[in-house]
Design a protein. Structure first.
Lengths: 403, 73
């Protein structure tokens, strides 16, 4: 009789143990994510499912009928979060599907009208590599993060932390998954998505610190030319081929982004384009969010690495912004027609948030200075730049592993 | 056009060399050179190679757009 009661109420018994206390901490973290999503409107489409997935992953365990091991019902061998993880993240399917949806939402015409903005999409990836280097220095000196002398693990973890600077959730997940860092996927994705939502808070102070008011008031010409349909159709095809040849590792992401964009621009697949932009994006976002939340298990999340990932993730965004702004200032040394250096900061991938923040800042300093189209060009370039950077990191780090 | 080719050619050559190196590393054991590098040196290799790679690919995109614009005009 006592045993039956103990088994019936094993969940309650579990919650009053040390493991139970850890679960309670995770519930609080989940609550914060859900609060930020609902009350503050910070990336609600992702933070809310992540928060809820976190709750599911930290509920008391039940005996798994298949393995005989104790695990939260949603996370066991046949638990739906494990099934979703294996079906969509372990094989990189969800990030690729998200990119098809994103591609269908992006209008590349501002970039095609002013292609010189593309360089900001490269410069603003500086944060990825600066954070990667910083992580390489910090990870080995903080005790307990990785086994001593395990250089491969340090490289993999540093890559996954650095790529938070891509300001691009699917790319971040793609890289973390490529290096099989399932245990770190929770904090990495939480950092990536939270900081993307915090772009309006993170970028302005960095930009103001690096520019003068006079620089922020620089006006930029914009030609209202129409972009031909042929250009819009050829662009995704050629970009896929070029990126696929030079950085083959980026082909799944660039290819899916450009496929989505081709559906949008071809003009004969309006139904598919709308499906990709709405139903596909919404469905994959729901399952991606809750699955990522399912990786936030207390034992793995409540670890010093999480704090390091969150701090370095913030650095990555700051370095990205600084890299873009400083590159624009550097270009201005040689250009006759000066560029507003704030445009450089829009070279990060957080689309369209970053371009709006920059346009707003320009209007604040000069109410008649409209640079939204230029910042949008830099912002869509950032989307391309971040994917290519992800591919480069995977390629180069894979080369160095085992050395 | 000649100017464009003069700029593009070395870029493409370096990209090809990088690709060959990558394929080489994937086919066989990692070279002794790589094995001897410290963690920080490896980090610098990734940083330099990564940043150059991103710029290279986006420069190619830039020229692709420019060429498309010229042809379609």
């Amino acid at each position: 009789m006592q045993q039956i009661f103990a088994e019936l109420f094993s969940g309650v018994v579990d919650m009053v143990s040390i493991a139970g206390l850890k679960s309670l901490v995770m519930f609080v973290i989940a609550g914060v994510l859900i609060y930020l999503a609902i009350k503050k409107d910070y990336e609600p489409t992702l933070l809310l499912p992540i928060g809820f997935g976190c709750i599911l992953a930290n509920l008391p365990g039940a005996i798994d009928a298949v393995t005989g091991l104790k695990a939260p019902a949603a996370l066991g061998e046949a638990g739906f979060l494990s099934v979703l993880f294996n079906a969509g993240i372990a094989n990189e399917l969800f990030p690729v599907l998200i990119f098809i949806a994103v591609g269908a939402m992006i209008d590349f015409s501002p970039l095609l009208k002013d292609p010189s903005m593309i360089f900001f999409g490269a410069a603003a990836q500086f944060g990825i590599f600066a954070t990667f280097l910083l992580s390489l220095v910090l990870i080995p000196i903080i005790p307990g993060l990785v086994a001593e002398g395990d250089q491969d693990m340090v490289l993999k973890l540093a890559s996954a932390i650095g790529i938070i600077g891509a300001a691009d959730g699917p790319t971040t997940l793609f890289v973390a998954n490529h290096f099989q860092l399932k245990d770190y996927m929770g904090p990495i994705s939480v950092a990536a998505y939270s900081y993307m939502a915090l772009v309006p808070v993170i970028q302005p102070p960095v930009i103001k610190a690096l520019t003068t008011k006079k620089e922020r008031m620089i006006r930029m010409d914009y030609q209202e030319e129409r972009c031909s349909k042929t250009t819009l159709i050829l662009f995704p095809i050629i970009v896929t081929i070029v990126a696929g040849i030079i950085v083959p590792m980026s082909a799944p992401l660039v290819g899916s982004l450009m496929f989505g964009n081709l559906i949008r621009e071809c003009g004969v697949l309006e139904r598919l384009s709308k499906t990709a932009q709405n139903e596909l994006a919404n469905l994959v976002t729901i399952v991606l969010g809750i699955t990522v939340g399912g990786t936030m298990v207390a034992d793995k999340f409540l670890h010093p690495t999480t704090a390091l990932i969150l701090i370095l993730g913030l650095f990555a965004f700051v370095f990205d912004t600084a890299g873009g702004v400083l590159f624009a200032k550097f270009l201005n040394l040689f250009r006759k027609k000066k560029v507003n250096p704030m445009i450089g900061a829009a070279g990060i991938s957080a689309f369209p948030m970053s371009s709006r923040v920059i346009a707003k800042m320009a209007l604040k300093d000069d109410p008649s200075n409209f640079i939204l189209m230029q910042s949008t060009s830099a912002n869509v370039s950032g989307q391309l730049g971040s994917i290519v950077a992800g591919g480069m990191v995977i390629t180069l780090v894979s080369m160095l592993l085992g050395g | 056009m000649k100017k464009l080719i003069a700029i593009l050619l070395p870029l493409l050559l370096s990209a090809t060399a990088l690709a060959e190196e990558t394929i080489g590393a994937a086919d066989g054991p990692t070279s002794i050179f790589v094995a001897e590098q410290s963690l920080l040196s490896k980090g610098l290799i990734v940083t330099a190679g990564g940043l150059c790679g991103v710029f290279l690919v986006l420069i190619l995109f830039f020229f692709t757009i420019k060429i498309m614009q010229k042809i379609l005009k």
